[in-house]
Design a protein around this ligand. Structure first.
Ligand SMILES: Cc1cc2nc3c(=O)[nH]c(=O)nc-3n(C[C@H](O)[C@H](O)[C@H](O)COP(=O)(O)OP(=O)(O)OC[C@H]3O[C@@H](n4cnc5c(N)ncnc54)[C@H](O)[C@@H]3O)c2cc1C
Length: 291
């Protein structure tokens, strides 16, 4: 199928894009931002989305960067996922975000798809959702009233829905650099490499005097939005690392899932079982990295 007709705009600056989005909103025109088009184009072609207008951010080159600012890695929204995958800065200073990037789709998709687009699209099975929760990332949006910074736990509202307003552009994502001695792990299960995950887990933790501390466990692909699971984190916090305690945390994570997604790819029970296993494995891997 082909998309329903739409008007097309290609602003050259962020200011132009925001002014245009505000104008279209005031005129009651249903406008949608397009970045890499890797999620939106299929939705347009399948007519799952029928906006009146597309605002293409492709010409706004000022939103394409990866840099370190003090203790944070900042990534412009129009940076391609390929650039993130190839970034030695990201690999060395924010390895969890870097590792998750390599799991997103196929190389062709990472060439074209943007980092900002992946956060903004808010697919429940998107790797970045769990990374955002695990790292306590921040999203920067710019609209007619200026800049807003949205913490990850307020950014994702529901299935394919974020706190970005119709007149706002996501301009940057910020990931704090993990303190020294932090272990991390990222694992997912897909039917085939490059598919969206049926379930996945991101973990960070530290070892203090032989015990696990500051344990963070985030899961994705199982509910409408990625989320941390404090019930599972509590099982491990303050405990000596070991297979039995990790298995217990996995069971706690599975039990904490509220009605996991059931679809053609996996039943709810299978997703629960995947989370129990992935949490257990990620905890063990994260502890190894601490060492
Ligand atoms: C075969 C296939 C496999 C895939 N596998 C995965 C996978 O495993 N994991 C995964 O996470 N994704 C996967 N994707 C999706 C892919 O990662 C997309 O690139 C990504 O979801 C969207 O990025 P984009 O730049 O292409 O955004 P677009 O498709 O252009 O836009 C997506 C949505 O985000 C909004 N948007 C984009 N940029 C901004 C912005 N700066 N400000 C505000 N709103 C914005 C758009 O309005 C739209 O609603 C896959 C896609 C395909 C086709």
């Amino acid at each position: 199928m082909k998309p329903a007709p739409f008007d097309y705009y290609a602003p050259e600056t962020l200011e132009q894009a925001v002014a245009l989005l505000e104008k279209l909103e005031n005129e009651d025109v249903d406008a949608k931002i397009i970045a890499g088009g890797q999620s939106l184009m299929p939705m347009l072609n399948l007519r799952m989305a029928r906006p009146d207008a597309l605002v293409d951010l492709g010409k706004i080159k000022t939103l394409d960067y990866i840099r370190q600012e003090n203790g944070t890695i900042v990534i412009g929204a129009m940076t391609s996922k390929r650039a993130a995958e190839d970034s030695t800065l990201l690999r060395d200073r924010q390895p969890l975000l870097h590792a998750a990037t390599g799991h997103i789709g196929h190389r062709q998709i990472r060439n074209q798809g943007t980092v900002g687009g992946s956060f903004a699209h808010a697919d429940p099975a998107a790797e970045y959702g769990a990374v955002a929760q695990a790292l306590g990332m921040e999203m920067v949006v710019v609209g007619p009233d200026g800049e807003r910074i949205i913490p990850a736990d307020e950014f994702y509202l529901s299935f394919l829905t974020t706190d970005i307003d119709a007149t706002e552009v996501l301009t940057e994502v910020r990931a704090p650099i993990m303190p020294d001695n932090t272990g991390w792990a990222f694992q997912e299960v897909c039917r085939r490499k490059g598919d969206l995950a049926m379930a996945g887990t991101a973990v960070t933790l530290r070892l203090e005097a032989g015990s696990c501390a500051e344990v963070v466990i985030a899961v994705f692909g199982v509910n409408a939005t990625a989320a941390r699971l404090p019930e599972a984190e509590q099982v491990v916090n303050g405990q000596a690392p070991g297979e039995a305690i990790f298995a217990q945390a996995g069971e706690a994570a599975a039990a904490a899932l509220d009605e996991p997604i059931a679809d053609v790819h996996a039943t709810a029970d299978y997703r629960r079982s995947l989370i129990a296993t992935l949490v257990k494995r990620c905890l063990a891997e994260a502890v190894e990295r601490c060492a």
